[in-house]
Design a protein around this ligand. Sequence first.
Ligand SMILES: Nc1nc2c(c(=O)[nH]1)N[C@H]1C(S)=C(S)[C@@H](COP(=O)(O)OP(=O)(O)OC[C@H]3O[C@@H](n4cnc5c(=O)[nH]c(N)nc54)[C@H](O)[C@@H]3O)O[C@H]1N2
Ligand SMILES: Nc1nc2c(c(=O)[nH]1)N[C@H]1C(S)=C(S)[C@@H](COP(=O)(O)OP(=O)(O)OC[C@H]3O[C@@H](n4cnc5c(=O)[nH]c(N)nc54)[C@H](O)[C@@H]3O)O[C@H]1N2
Ligand code: SF4
Ligand SMILES: [Mo]
Length: 792
Amino acid sequence: MTEKYKDEPSGISRRHFVKVTSALAATPLFFSTSAGARDTGPTTDEEAAPDKERVVPTCSTFDCGGKCDIRAHVAGGVVTRITTRPDNELDEEMPIMRACVRGRSYRKFVYHPERLKYPMKRVGKRGEGKFERISWEEATTLIADNLKRITAQYGPASRYVHVGTAVSGGAFSGDKMVRRLLNLTGGYLESYHSVSMGNTAAATPYTYGTAASGSSLDTLSDTPLVILWGHNTTETIFGHSNHYFQQMKQNGTRFIVVDPRYSDTASSLADQWIPLRPATDNALMDAMMYVIISENLHDKAFIDRYTMGFDEASMPEGVPPNESLWAYLMGAKDGIKKTPEWAEPITQVPAQTIHQLARDYATTKPAALIQGWGPQRHNCGERTARGATLLATLTGNVGVKGGWAAGYGGIGNRKFTTGPEMPDNPVVEKISVMNWVQAADDASKVTPQDGLKGGEKLNSNIRILFSLAGNYLANQNPDVNQSVKVLEDESKIEFIVASDLYLTPSARYADLLLPETSFMERWNIGETWGTGNYLILSEKLIDPPFEARSDYDWLREVAAKLGIEQEFSLGRDEKQWIEQIWEATRLSMPDEKLPTFEALQIQRRHLFKSKPYVAFEDNIRDPENHPFATPSGKIEIFSKRLYDMHHPEIPALSHYVPAHEGPEDPLAAKYPLQLITWKGKNRANSTQYANPWLQEVQVQKLWINPLDAEKRGIKQGDKVRIHNDRGISMVPAEVTPRIIPGVVAMQAGAWWQPDADGVDRGGCANVLSSSRITALAKGNSHQTMLVEVAKA
Ligand SMILES: Nc1nc2c(c(=O)[nH]1)N[C@H]1C(S)=C(S)[C@@H](COP(=O)(O)OP(=O)(O)OC[C@H]3O[C@@H](n4cnc5c(=O)[nH]c(N)nc54)[C@H](O)[C@@H]3O)O[C@H]1N2
Ligand SMILES: Nc1nc2c(c(=O)[nH]1)N[C@H]1C(S)=C(S)[C@@H](COP(=O)(O)OP(=O)(O)OC[C@H]3O[C@@H](n4cnc5c(=O)[nH]c(N)nc54)[C@H](O)[C@@H]3O)O[C@H]1N2
Ligand code: SF4
Ligand SMILES: [Mo]
């Protein structure tokens, strides 16, 4: 790979980009690489790397799953190479933190001829993608004027900040600072729910009283068995999980991967791959529990001491008979025993395999069943997340070293920075992130039942929207065709401000499109995901190209035009904010002995050598003094709180209920294939989509099983049409046994590229996904969709 980079004749290959952007019919201004344009990176490493090269340890602040220690080679004001943490700096107690393929390609993200260069104002119809260059002076005046006008006319609750995860790996961002500005001027309509793992976060507390149920991975070093359930860490990195898993594999840990796809994790780690139909995980879990109980393999002492709801004798008051887990599994009410033979036709997992999986899990002590977030990004995601907690409980794997309590929730001993000071938001109503299209279209229809919190109704539609570092207007959000209808109606949202580095499908819907700096062009602090505790200084390495500016910088100018510059900025520039955040963080963790900001600039990173952390260890060791934070103080297998909701989709026991648009939905007669997406190695969601090196890593294709392909006359590489009632997408087929029959899969995050007929040519799965909300979290179900596939 390194050789390839070196051989590349010019800084940028245009070949791929032309292909990618042709359908976007961009404006000449934006795509010009006009004479006098600033360089787009060095032509060759040799040419650009004079003697005085500095090698700077730094990190990106993307939302990518890792937070790697990369080395930027800087010479003559240009980053000439990216390398990674060298061998002699490896540290036994820390994950390896080495850059992945995306990290090694960062330079091509930063130096790219298609980067946005100037502030631009929309001139065509919204969404058409026609913009003209304006000055920053005009841009900030437009924002200030629209903010004043819209706030006066509709009130502060008409102001909304959209999903923008690409800067969430840093302590400081425009996405955070715009909220500060809005809070200082009356507030804004806030949203809740993480589209990443919000369904798990909402469901897990019903078992344990908290969502913070993850342990640190170094506690698994002696675990003989790990079941990765919809968890693809080889690609998603996930706080460097793969580092630990590979070490464990070498030391003899057995890995089982449960995933409809033979993922890169299955191919690199698994001793056994158990494919199942998506959204049927609970049926597999139920049958495992049935085997465990009927073969007497459950941990009775643990269940007696720490749990409620296992059998009829341990039920809460006021619940009629036959509602316990035991009663459900034995069919006390419905007459159906939840045997492996029952689950086989639902899941497509052979009964024999279910027997074996259940016995392996229950008889290996300890064992860790770790659920990724793919299974919970489904319409049934809350049930699946809770199902994993019940299996861990039955087998006594909660609170013990080497076991695992639940899905990959928050890890109790993680260390975070404090972030910028945030004044309170005077607007008390909050919507679920799933409500934004409705709140823009007709806010009176957003009810508490759909997810509205803090009030009975909204008094205004969303009228002004900020999308800073997100592609969630028309790409990453479910049901893109539905959202763009509302976006295109200029009488609904009156003013959309977006900042990005590229003209993404969402950026095309901006009224004002602003070129932000990249992470290499500003100061920040990067925070790790997951288990490895560390903070890395992400320093300003190079000057921004053209007129790119950091969001904070222009927000400051907007604040001045609103008359609150001093209150907003507190007189700090970006670096001073970082310094302040670092110092506040340092004082908040005296035990960690963080270096001063001055020392950090030399040391550049701080690794917390925290002790291994086992979630719920105290609750298990000393339950009298450390009850679980549930109403009963116990692990609630049966949740009376859920029972009292009387919602069939979020039952008191997390058992199998056929999902909307799952394989048992009557809609399957028309659309017989389930489509799922996965997060692939060549981008973080849609970030770096236009990176030419990364486009070579993996081509957007539809995975389809040979049996399904044959039925439809589809051959390897044929262009296929994937469709349902919401949309159509066309990409080449990858005919492969890596996906089970009845299921097709596409990588998430490809740019939406509608042709003149509205058919997506880019492989954006969100033209097919549904905006249906989940029952408890009111969250997303990006992964649950039925489609048909035909040769195009
Ligand atoms: N390379 C890369 N890494 C990333 C990201 C990225 O875009 N690219 N994104 C980052 C972000 S923002 C997040 S939130 C995390 C997300 O991380 P995850 O949510 O864990 O990642 P996914 O790839 O969505 O899902 C993991 C696996 O679940 C499987 N799966 C899907 N449906 C089902 C099902 O019904 N049952 C079962 N058992 N398995 C199922 C998929 O095939 C996939 O292999 O990753 C982070 N890391
Ligand atoms: N089908 C499907 N859809 C999904 C998912 C899925 O699994 N399947 N996963 C969901 C999940 S978990 C997530 S987190 C969301 C993510 O959705 P988004 O939050 O929209 O994230 P990205 O798609 O990465 O888009 C981020 C944008 O920010 C830009 N950007 C990068 N760096 C900077 C910067 O420094 N400044 C500015 N201003 N812009 C920058 C990038 O160019 C990119 O266009 O997607 C969700 N959508
Ligand atoms: S993209 Fe994420 S996982 Fe890859 S090098 Fe960067 S920080 Fe690490
Ligand atoms: Mo995410």
